[in-house]
Design a protein around this ligand. Structure first.
Ligand code: GLU
Length: 441
């Protein structure tokens, strides 16, 4: 059965880059009627925070990316210890004692000689007595996985055929000197034991994948299908890593972005298919195809989310926003009329408050000098409220007759005097909602 996972580390809020990973894995599972696991990669006790676990779940729920099961790496440490023992038993795991400074020096020397900075495996030649001595001097060492020096190959679902020479990669550290299991080992054990069939993640993990394939094989697991999506950049192609760190899903939510605007964009951005706005995450399943995604860095522009959000709002029925309208102070009996008028004129939900204020407090009138007399004459003809959908038509017909003005010269000054703006919803809809007409003075 198709099983995928989204495996964030709860060391911060999820951002648009993570969202891409979550969404792709979710879509693959849903398309196949399989299982989508939310795996919390919390083997780092210092950096992992419970508040981030909660926040990640909240963000995924807001997006509508439902998971079938939650797993936590911190609850599976015994499984990782067992795997480590197994690797030790087969001679694929060794202790190394170099300090970070020593490793750094080695790397610099290699680079100076024009060689790739790969760990030289000096620890492999240590005798038991030498290790004892080092342990006594420096404490426990780190544990490295001994790669087989051969080419590691896989057919990547996005990047195509990949071939990496294991000799160009350092034997990865899987257990730190303080005993902390690192993600690489934990992930391999989990993917194997949880029957993960597809792993989609960012292309910053390509080298990890190479080493993990050897680890999975060593542990007798089945190698899943791997795919690595390109990294996101800013609109001009600039590295986004810094800005992306800031651009969390929560921030987009606070800025009023609609979840389906975000998901619809992300499900297609960087693929050969056009972005299509859909009503629900499930509707994105059809047509989703990993092989249509390119390997080049993908440009992401936050601004693209707002026109999409506007389109989501235009199609949103009152029932879905009733709570928000109530919060803003719109009475139930006026909610429908209000929503139908403003939903075509906002790009985020946050703007409804300003519209409601405009209707209740009245807008600052904008009146050109040459229109002053005309506006005074017109307002004198406007009946006292409450107004209905017919008022505007009847009133402007009368104003036209009395003043001789017509077309734009008639309607535009009135709109600006009543709403303070040159654009906006149909005035016959606006007038009944306008409680205060400041232009009356
Ligand atoms: N916790 C890892 C990360 O956030 C998971 C990577 C993976 O999907 O294997 O980068």
């Amino acid at each position: 059965m198709t099983t995928t996972r989204f495996a964030p580390s709860p060391t911060g809020h999820i951002h648009v880059g993570n969202l891409r990973t979550a969404l792709f894995n979710w879509l693959i599972a849903r398309k196949a009627g399989g299982t989508f696991i939310l795996r919390i990669d919390d083997t780092d006790p210092e950096r992992s925070k419970e508040e981030y676990v909660d926040a990640i779940k909240e963000d995924l729920e807001w997006l509508g990316l439902t998971w079938d099961r939650v797993e936590r790496q911190s609850l599976r440490l015994d499984r990782y210890a067992e795997a480590a023992e197994k690797l030790r038993g087969m001679g694929r795991f060794y202790e190394a004692f170099e300090t970070p400074t020593e490793l750094d020096l080695k790397r610099k020397k290699q680079l100076n000689m024009g060689r790739p900075p790969v760990y030289d495996r000096a620890a492999l030649t240590l005798s038991e007595a030498e290790k004892e001595k080092l342990r006594a001097e420096r404490g426990d060492g780190v544990w490295r996985f001994k790669l087989k020096q051969e080419r590691i190959e896989w057919a990547d679902g996005i990047l195509g055929p990949i071939s990496i020479d294991a000799a160009s990669v350092s034997d990865p550290v899987l257990i730190r000197a303080d005993g902390q299991v690192l993600y690489t080992l934990a992930s391999v054990v989990d993917d194997t034991e949880m029957g993960v069939t597809h792993v989609v993640r960012g292309s910053d993990h390509v080298t990890n994948t190479a080493t993990q394939i050897q680890m999975i094989e060593a542990l007798d697991g089945t190698v899943p299908a791997f795919a690595h999506h390109s990294l996101l950049t800013g609109p001009a192609g600039e590295a986004l890593s810094k800005r992306l760190g800031v651009l969390s899903i929560r921030q987009l939510r606070e800025r009023g972005v609609a979840p389906m605007a975000l998901l619809s964009l992300m499900a297609r951005l960087g693929s050969s298919q056009p972005v299509e706005l859909k009503d629900s995450p499930e509707d994105l399943v059809e047509g989703f195809d990993l092989s249509t995604f390119g390997s080049a860095p993908t440009k992401f522009d936050e601004q693209d989310l707002f026109p999409l959000t506007a389109r989501v709002l235009q199609a949103t029925p009152l029932a879905k926003v009733a709570v928000k309208l109530k919060e803003v102070g719109v009475p139930d009996e006026e909610a429908e009329r209000f929503w139908l008028v403003v939903r075509d004129n906002i790009s985020t939900m946050d703007e409804v408050a300003a519209w409601w204020r405009m209707f209740t407090d009245g807008a600052e009138p904008v009146i050109e000098d040459e229109d002053r007399e005309f506006i005074a004459e017109a307002l004198a003809l406007l009946p006292e409220g409450p107004h209905d959908g017919e008022t505007w038509g009847k009133w402007t017909a009368e104003v036209k007759e009395k003043t001789g003005r017509k077309g734009k010269g008639l309607f535009m000054p009135l709109r600006k005097a009543l709403t303070g703006q040159a654009h906006g919803p149909d005035m016959s809809q606006v007038l009944p909602l306008l409680r205060v007409i400041k232009a009356r003075g």
